[in-house]
Design a protein around this ligand. Structure first.
Ligand code: PLP
Length: 428
């Protein structure tokens, strides 16, 4: 992995904090000033004051190959010299054509029709629009709602927000403004399947689709569910004739130990959403992929039956080049074996924390390790403590978690685990 010569990076803006930036999920009045990053390399974030932090969360679960992988950098550099961007209306280009064809091969079943956008939330918006218009194009009125699951998170835009857990902290203030969806629990007891079946049966005439995160509900609390849960949801959706949208924005590209999480349940959804690690975490790109059956509802002599969506930067060639290079790395480097090694290391390192006073649960799945704390920890203090330990770990709610790059060195992961163990064991 390339070493970053820190001295060659522009000197930081250091003391000069911008008054003009509005930051994500941040109470601007209360929050500590952000740290300034000047470079990234492998699993390291290099700060303006020259400290190096080991990144435990791969920049919001994106940088699966670590930062600055030379293969992706070269591919983006070549594309930058040739054609950084061109509009996608009426034009096409090799990076997008190639990427769509490769995704169609890699994804299970006949998920063959790829619609590119530029963020996970928008990939979900497109999936919801596809589902609603699927019914309209078939002449069926009134199917405008989705069945979603408590604990779920699908993004921050209006439609995506409507499918998030309605009571969780992120979006509950917008309840009156977003479409009202139907919510079900994920299995907590033996009656779950019957209850889901009954809800689907009673609402099927108003439902356009079912949407779920496969195997793990990420931002909703790293809630993990066995593959049978997804298989049951798929079976019931099919029984009631409801298209299934699987949101693999967090899980896609090796995070759960297989390239896509739905493989573990043997499920082929009708629509599948990808983003985050699609470009190895280097560029903003997302994809909503539909089966031939969904696509065929839009294939018509009637222009009004077209999918009316088209972001300006759709299929940006730089992002597609990055994604193609990222897929090359899944072919040439042992990412899934690395995910399995991370799982073993996380299990050995984090499971003993079950005995700690402050710990309510420990959950491991693939290259995801989550420690659920009791009560409401002081998140700001926890985040600061991790930085003091030289690691970048960002707890949310009562969850401390690790989702490192799949390429992380064993020693670096040891240091991350030690930091989690040290800090969590010290909590009362
Ligand atoms: N869906 C899932 C499962 C996610 O985890 C996220 C982001 O964390 C999103 C959708 C939204 O993606 P983005 O933040 O790129 O809009």
């Amino acid at each position: 992995m390339t070493q970053v010569a820190i001295a060659s990076h522009p000197v930081a803006m250091s003391e000069r904090r911008s008054d003009h930036l509005w930051r994500p999920y941040t109470q601007m009045k209360l929050a500590a000033p952000p740290l300034e990053a000047v470079a990234t390399s492998g699993s390291r974030i290099i700060l303006a004051d020259r400290r190096e932090l080991i990144d435990g969360i791969a920049s919001w679960w994106t940088a699966v190959h670590g930062y600055n992988h030379p293969h992706i950098r070269e591919a983006v550099g070549d594309q930058l010299a040739r054609m950084p961007h061109v509009m996608f209306g009426g034009l096409t280009h090799t990076p997008a054509e190639r990427l769509a064809a490769r995704l169609a091969v890699l994804l299970p079943g006949d998920l063959n029709h790829v619609f590119f956008t530029d963020s996970g939330s928008v990939a979900v918006e497109v999936a919801l629009k596809m589902a609603v218009q699927f019914w309209l194009n078939r002449g069926v009125q009134g199917r405008t709602r989705v069945l979603a699951f408590r604990g779920g998170y699908h993004g921050d835009t209006m439609g995506a927000m409507s499918a998030c857990d309605p009571d969780e902290g992120m979006h509950h203030r917008f309840g009156a403004y977003v479409p009202a969806q139907i919510f079900c629990e994920l299995p907590k007891n033996a009656e779950w399947e019957a209850a889901l079946d009954a809800t689907m049966a009673s609402h099927r005439h108003e439902l356009a689709a079912v949407i779920v995160e496969p195997l793990v509900q990420g931002a909703g609390g790293m809630l993990m569910h066995p593959p049978e849960t997804l298989a049951t949801i798929a079976r019931l959706s099919r029984r009631h004739g409801l298209p299934l949208i699987v949101d693999e924005i967090f899980t896609g590209f090796g995070r759960t130990g297989t390239l896509f999480a739905c493989e573990q349940a043997g499920v082929v959804p009708d629509i599948l959403c990808l983003s985050k690690a699609l470009t190895g975490g280097t560029m903003a790109l997302a994809a909503t992929v539909a089966t031939s059956e969904i696509f065929s509802a839009f294939w018509s002599d009637d222009p009004a039956q077209a999918l009316m969506h088209g972001p300006t930067f759709m299929a940006n060639p730089l992002a597609c080049a990055a994604a193609n290079a990222s897929l090359d790395l899944f072919e040439t480097e042992p990412r899934l074996a690395q995910a399995e090694a991370i799982r073993e290391q996380l299990t050995a390192g984090l499971e003993p924390l079950r005995a700690a006073k402050a710990v309510a649960d420990v959950r491991i799945l693939g290259a995801i390790g989550a420690v659920q704390l009791r009560g409401n920890p002081d998140l700001a203090a926890l985040k600061a403590a991790f930085v003091e330990h030289g690691v970048w770990v960002r707890p949310f709610g009562n969850i401390v978690y690790l989702t490192p790059a799949l390429t992380i060195a064993k020693d670096d992961l040891d240091r991350l685990i030690e930091a989690v163990r040290g800090i969590v064991s010290g909590l009362s």
